[in-house]
Design a binder for this molecule. Structure first.
Ligand SMILES: [Zn+2]
Length: 92
């Protein structure tokens, strides 16, 4: 089960300001370079999402196509409203 939620703090995260905050908290430029040299695109990794439903669907796609997750594993996706507790079914 992948359960996202509306009004998520990760929505519209800006990689640039996130990296600035990391640097202020003691992460070094060398640390960032080391990560980039291990084939991680930090901007891509830190970018948020516009629509939480898209994010849940993307996560489901990763799970369904991951080579280490057996194909017969059941996957389902939902979105929760953090105020009312309502659950919307995206994929079952
Ligand atoms: Zn969230």
């Amino acid at each position: 089960m992948v359960i996202g939620h509306y009004d998520c703090g990760v929505q519209n995260v800006d990689p640039k300001s996130m990296i600035e905050k990391m640097l202020l908290r003691g992460v070094t430029h060398e640390d960032l370079e080391r990560i980039e040299h291990s084939d991680v695109n930090i901007d891509e990794w830190l970018k948020g999402f516009e629509d939480p439903a898209d994010s849940v669907r993307e996560t489901l796609e990763i799970i369904k196509t991951h080579p280490l997750i057996p194909g017969d594993v059941d996957c389902s996706g939902y979105l929760m409203d953090p105020v009312t507790g309502r659950i919307d079914v995206l994929e079952e």
